[in-house]
Write a protein that binds this ligand. Sequence first.
Ligand code: BGC
Length: 249
Amino acid sequence: MSLLLGIDYGGSFIKAGAVDSVTGQLVGELVAVPTPLGATLEGSRVAVQALALQFPDCTGPVGLAFPSVVRHGVTHTAAHISPDWIDANAVLWLSEALGRPGYVLNDADAAGLAEVRFGAGRGQLGKVMMVTFGTGIGTALFLDGVLWPNTELGHLHVGAEEAEIQASARTRAQLNLDWPAWCARVNAVLLEYHRLLWPDLFIVGGGVSERWEEFQGLLTPNLKVVPASLRQSAGVVGAALYAFEQSAH
Ligand code: BGC
């Protein structure tokens, strides 16, 4: 068994866990620390170092799921984090912070990777779209299990505003939307994604997916939508899987 550390950088918490990279199982509990104020490079370094110390058995490469466009280890956007991350070499930052090889990918891509390999999208051919509802909306697209990275469709305008401004979990909390009001917004977003991309299956993830039973009956019956089966751990698992696969190249 190869135990790898996966880290998922969220708007409120940074979560970490040890992942069996062969089975995709989380081994032990997730550990979380609050996301540092402003999500700066320096504050984030201290946070990931503190998390890594909790996993002394994970000595190999580390994967980080990050809320930004990530190409070749460089973060290019900063929707809910410090602008310092724009064009930052995140792979170098992570590797230097933890003193071992680090690998970085977009957070929704990481969650989708975990779900497609080991969760709700396992064995699903055709187009699968992961949609995560958190501080923003993250999206990941797969064709026959292969990822098209950095789709950023949370920023697609649906009607007058960006999808994530209307329907993220943060918006639900800020506007105190009840389930029917929030699901009406989510349905508009999913139907627009479907109108443009025609996925065979949507997987809904993010913290709110823990409460799937409370809102699933309010989602449009016209689409095939399932919850992330790895729920809160999808980003952590996907980050570790990515580190495993990249380090084997
Ligand atoms: C960011 C994406 C991210 C998503 C979910 C968006 O605001 O632009 O990169 O995947 O939030 O965290």
